[in-house]
Ligand binder design. Structure first.
Ligand code: ZN
Length: 453
């Protein structure tokens, strides 16, 4: 019953398009593929997927509909999509009916359904539908729906995926709930009853899976009284997958050590440290301050590009045990966001400033899917500021499995480094990142408290 019409025959107010653009930005998913919105009927994605999209339009005196859908052969997924689209149309038509006296004679209601495809990890693709209803209102209603499928276009349910990843649904639920309760943008508007209802129905959630995270897009209207739009929550899945990936590189009977550099990135010292590490083909871990990453994002990105691990040393280097819970969360989250923004890496390690922590710090680390990391050898580089003294302390205290505390903010630390690495190599040590080292010790779990006081 749908007529095929060229796109341009429907007169869209310019601000509808602007609002749609706004929605995509608010949702904040980068790298869209397969966007069929502007090209009319049957646009084919060039890059990663082989999904085709079709566009149906319908117009009457009272309304216009523009509906993009993917051409999917798998019947159960196609049915699920069709069911959702039909439901959107029925809802829209009943809204039109209710407003029928105000529609016509030049003013029409609009329904727009756009779809995009985004590639996830392990050959998954998520189809992301945005439905926009505008019925005689100044601002319309947005609905988001996502379907995730495997390489053969079969629909994946979140519960199947979690089983495959060995994650438990309860752990995901409590993580999701904690993150929402700590999120400044939404925590004061949450309705517990609504939230609990949504949490009970994981197969209705909008989600996709990246290399490191399960990303859930919650419609605010489903968990608050009157907020609209979507909130994105990232739940790290890194641990178990990283564990599988990296276990193979470790050999028993070898000696391993992890160099860690705190308080950077620093424009004078960090590039020197990177250069020395590269010359010796050694990998290290940099516990960065969010406030420093914000000042020197390209330097942080360079550290990541060189293959080093990046940990979170909080935003401003404040003793976390002295902070109110909300401030503590902010210190951790702000820094994590700066690091993600600059490097594309989500840190899975937190080193609390001064090694100070308590049960609240542990809880916040856990919610972030992160391990708390201290050190076992303090080079005291911050105190001696002397290359020879740094070497003496470290070489005296080091054993296999040591995590060595250094700071890439003192030039003397960079000065000490060539000798330190050469000597450790002569003694048979291999250099690992902290995450790799923890695997050798089978202590790799959220909340790990490693090191001596
Ligand atoms: Zn520090």
């Amino acid at each position: 019953m749908f007529k095929r019409l060229p796109f341009k025959r429907i007169k869209w107010p310019g601000w509808v398009v602007l609002i749609l653009l706004g929605i995509f930005i608010v949702i904040g998913i980068g790298k869209w593929v397969g966007d069929s919105s502007a090209k009319g009927v049957q646009s084919k994605d060039k890059a990663e997927t082989t999904i085709e999209f079709k566009q149906d339009t319908e117009e009457t005196d009272r309304y216009t509909m523009l509906i993009n859908t993917p051409v999917i052969e798998n019947s159960s997924l196609a049915e699920a999509i069709q069911e959702w689209v039909t439901n959107q149309k029925e809802t829209f038509l009943s809204e039109v009916k209710a407003e029928k006296d105000n529609l016509g004679s030049g003013y029409r209601a609009h329904l727009t359904i756009q779809v995009d495809a985004k590639k996830g990890a392990n050959d998954t693709t998520s189809l992301i539908f945005h439905s926009y209803h505008l019925v005689n209102k100044v601002s319309g209603e947005n609905y988001v729906k996502m379907f995730t499928m495997n390489a053969t276009h079969e629909r994946l349910q979140l519960t199947d995926l979690l089983t495959n990843y060995g994650e438990t649904l309860d752990a995901i639920r409590s993580n999701l709930k904690e993150q929402l309760k700590q999120n400044d943008k939404i925590k004061n508007d949450l309705i517990n009853q609504k939230l609990n209802n949504v949490l009970q129905e994981p197969n209705t959630w909008n989600w996709l899976v990246s290399e490191t995270s399960l990303i859930i897009y919650m419609e605010k209207s489903k968990i608050t009284e009157n907020k609209t739009g979507t909130i994105e929550i990232k739940i790290p899945l890194e641990e178990k997958r990283a564990a599988q990936r990296e276990r193979s590189i470790l050999k028993s009977g070898e000696k391993y050590v992890a160099l860690t550099f705190d308080d950077g990135p620093n424009p004078d010292v960090t590039p020197r440290v990177l250069k020395i590490l590269k010359q010796h083909d050694a990998k290290a871990t940099f516990f960065m301050l969010g406030s420093q990453v914000e000042k020197h994002p390209s330097l942080a990105a360079k550290v990541a590009q060189d293959g080093h691990e990046i940990g979170n040393h909080t935003d401003r280097h404040i003793n976390l045990t002295k902070l109110e819970k909300s401030q503590l969360v902010k210190e951790v989250l702000n820094s994590r966001q700066e690091i993600e923004k600059a490097t594309g890496q989500t840190p899975t390690l937190i080193r609390p400033p001064y090694g100070e922590m308590n049960s609240e710090v542990e809880q916040v680390a856990k919610i972030n899917g992160s391990s708390l990391i201290l050190w076992s050898v303090d080079s005291r580089d911050w105190k001696s500021k002397n290359a020879k003294a740094i070497n003496e302390v470290v070489l005296k205290e080091v054993v296999s499995g040591s995590i060595i505390l250094l700071h890439d903010v003192h030039p003397t630390t960079a000065e000490a480094l060539p000798k330190l690495i050469t000597t450790l190599k002569e003694e048979g040590y291999h250099f690992l990142t902290v995450s790799q080292l923890l695997l050798t010790q089978e202590k790799y779990s959220a909340g790990t408290d490693y090191g001596k006081s």
